[in-house]
Design a protein around this ligand. Structure first.
Ligand code: BGC
Length: 702
């Protein structure tokens, strides 16, 4: 028998085996469901003890605990606090994010948690959204790549990942009432893709609906979102849970929601039995929900492993959290190569600002993890500086900062001027940026004044920003260096210090565009900035209240983020995909494997990447597609592939990226499907969305 035939038989056996296994699981799960009374079944579709799935020992179904979230395990004792999700996206390194998912899954398992309430994949639309730090930025492709890896990592450990918040949680102000009103094409091209990828490519077994209504309907009660899109169109076989206290009626039952969290306030026997008796709800609808829940847990092994202990390697998890910070921090400015700090030139450094000591590791809300250890910027920088560079602190509390910005003090000015470098640590913290509220695009006024004044006194000023979103930078031309550190997790300060002193060569790239002015943003006309209040008290629930729904029209449609800046030729402060390195890279010699792609052919785009510096570093090759001939208007360019590569000093590598029909298609709302039209396209490659160094045309034919 030839090798080809042997392989065919092997593949057939594997498929048959998978099929048989599935059939077996289905019949085991169905048998369990059949044995349950209607009350028992209904009790499984509402949360239990606030954070559990109900269990029934007599059916061999243990209760299953859940826990947040996207940056680590919350409320369950010792846990590693990882950098914000937006920092994970900024690594452009899906393999690393898979490791994060894996170790969070491992910590979950060690705490007997079977369902992780993460990852969050809502798109960054406005810088104000208090939850942007929990998500993966503005681009559907980058978000999709990141989420698929995270989900695979978590679920590989036998823990269910819950993709949230379906759909369009793009601001958090008054989130129970503000409806995200979005046209179909925009939903499909911008806001849905990361969810779809998490399910179809990552295999995510749970989805959590959003607080915000979508097109006027509360998400957990939206048959369109759950039945039509998730279950029918995408073939989602797992279960859909509500966000905490977000139902308003029992409509959720027929809309496809499988689990109401955290308590069965609406989905309980008292409400549902009469609906069954009246023929409004069928028992098979309830059976399907219970089946989905049990099957997801069963196939993940949760019913076998619920008592399974693992020993966590805390040191390793801490290192992975630092690795993400190392690769996710973005160096946005570095005039005169002031960084990395060279002890020959820079002997005395002052650290200034509120976050030198109280370095925020996370934004606030459900995603905030209590770290088991924490390193602040002062200690990390002091440690990295060693003996050759003297580190001092100045103006690290609000009282002193306030006095300094309001008064003239020649002595203090002289002192500030005497340092070879001043580093200001600024941004937001878990109180000013987080879940349940939005925050301003502008830093607190005192922070801006502090940077203005210090940089006016000392020409060698660097800024470290801690935040989960973009900020306005009125002082940008006065500072020499800017490191965007996001919320860096428990030990991210170590990574910042290593970047400052050159032990780590920065390689993060922005997963968002940072606009110069708020008025440049695509949502400027529709988003009301009076909602973005500094230190606003989070609004967590409006449970049981009658309430109106307010409309938030997404007038910009698909033109959000760089798609908007490209369309109107607006120069952002820093563009999507941008980030500096201490090395110099050139990307050149683009080659296409063919000039005409037909049907499902794959196109291989290759370029040469050269590190022409004397320092090892990492560069991210980004491939954008431009559709030259199209019946519907399309963005000037869209990210469709990328690869991060490491190059030694002087080294050159060929990088290959692959695309096919899927990456060339757009969603046609009239035809209700993705289409790829015949005609001309252009492949654009660069190391940011604006620094495009190679471009070549090709044709597509169906
Ligand atoms: C958040 C969810 C979270 C849940 C449980 C809600 O407030 O929106 O993301 O998973 O709380 O903590």
């Amino acid at each position: 028998m030839c090798l080809h035939r042997l392989i065919q038989i092997f593949l057939l056996l594997v498929t048959v085996e998978g099929y048989t296994q599935n059939v077996n699981i289905d019949s085991i799960v169905s048998a369990k469901v059949e044995k349950m009374t209607i009350d028992e079944k209904i009790s499984m579709i509402g949360g239990y003890k606030g954070i559990y799935l109900r269990g029934f020992e007599k059916f061999g179904i243990p209760e299953i605990k859940m826990s947040d979230g996207p940056m680590g395990i919350k409320n369950n004792g010792k846990a590693t606090a990882f950098p914000a999700s937006i920092a994970m996206a900024a690594t452009w390194n899906p393999e690393l994010i898979q490791q994060v998912g894996k170790v969070i899954g491992d910590e979950a398992k060690s705490k007997k948690i079977g369902i992780l309430l993460a990852p969050g994949v809502n798109i960054y639309r406005v810088p104000h959204n208090g939850r942007n730090f929990e998500y993966y930025g503005e681009d559907p492709y980058l978000s999709s790549s990141t989420v698929v890896s995270f989900v695979k990592g978590v679920q590989g450990e036998g823990v269910i990942a819950t993709v949230k918040h379906f759909a369009a949680n793009n601001e958090d102000y008054d989130r129970h009432r503000v409806s995200s009103n979005i046209d179909t094409r925009t939903l499909y091209e911008i806001y849905f893709p990361p969810f779809k990828a998490a399910i179809q490519e990552g295999g995510a077994l749970a989805v959590m609906t959003s607080y915000n209504p979508v097109n006027g309907v509360h998400a957990p009660e939206s048959s369109y979102l759950i039945n039509d899109v998730l279950k029918k169109e995408w073939g989602f076989k797992g279960f859909v849970m509500s966000d905490w206290i977000s139902l308003y009626t029992t409509n959720a039952v027929n809309a496809g929601l499988d689990l109401e969290m955290p308590n069965p306030d609406f989905m309980n026997s008292k409400n549902i039995i009469p609906l069954i008796n009246n023929g409004v709800v069928t028992e098979s609808t309830i059976n399907d929900k219970v089946f989905r829940i049990i099957k997801s847990c069963y196939s993940t092994g949760l019913y076998n492993n619920a008592t399974h202990d693992t020993i966590v390697d805390w040191g390793k998890h801490d290192q992975i959290s630092i690795d993400v910070a190392r690769e996710g921090m973005v160096l946005l400015k570095n005039d005169n190569s002031i960084l990395p700090i060279q002890s020959k030139k820079i002997k005395k450094v002052a650290l200034i600002g509120l976050y030198v000591f109280n370095t925020p590791h996370s934004g606030g809300g459900a995603a905030r993890v209590e770290p088991y250890k924490k390193v602040d910027l002062f200690n990390a920088i002091l440690n990295e500086a060693g003996k050759k560079v003297k580190i001092e602190t100045l103006l690290t509390d609000s009282l002193k900062i306030d006095t300094f910005i309001k008064n003239e003090s020649p002595d203090l000015n002289e002192k500030i001027a005497s340092y070879d470098l001043v580093i200001i640590c600024t941004g937001f913290n878990e109180r000013s940026e987080g879940e349940g509220h939005d925050r301003p695009f502008q830093l607190p006024a005192e922070e801006n004044k502090l940077i203005e004044k210090v940089s006016g006194i000392n020409g060698n000023t660097a800024v470290i920003v801690l935040s989960g979103s973009g900020i306005e930078m009125p002082w940008i031309n006065k500072v020499k260096a800017l490191l965007y550190a996001w919320f860096p997790g428990q030990a991210g300060s170590v990574a910042a210090a290593e970047i400052l002193f050159g032990k780590v060569n920065p390689s993060g790239k922005l997963p968002i565009s940072i606009e110069k002015l708020w008025k440049n943003n695509a949502a400027y006309e529709t988003y009301d900035t009076s909602h973005a209040i500094l230190n606003a008290k989070p609004l967590f629930s409006l449970y049981g209240e009658e309430h109106m729904v307010f409309n938030m029209p997404y007038k910009e449609g698909i033109f959000t983020g760089y798609r908007h800046y490209d369309r109107y030729q607006i120069q952002p402060q820093f563009e999507f995909g941008f980030g500096l390195s201490y090395s110099n890279f050139t990307i050149s010699d683009m080659k296409l494997s063919k000039e005409l792609i037909k049907g499902d052919d794959r196109l291989i785009v290759s370029v040469k990447v050269k590190n022409s510096s004397d320092r090892k570093g990492k560069e991210t090759v980004q491939l954008y597609i431009h559709d030259i001939e199209s019946s519907l208007i399309r963005p000037v360019k869209e990210l469709k592939a990328f690869k991060k590569v490491e190059l030694n000093a002087g080294e050159e590598k060929v990088v290959e990226l692959e695309i096919s029909k899927k990456e060339l298609s757009f969603y046609n709302p009239d035809l209700k499907k993705w289409v790829c039209e015949d005609g001309k396209f252009e492949a654009l490659i660069g190391n940011s969305s604006r620094n495009i160094t190679c471009r070549k045309e090709f044709n597509y034919q169906n």
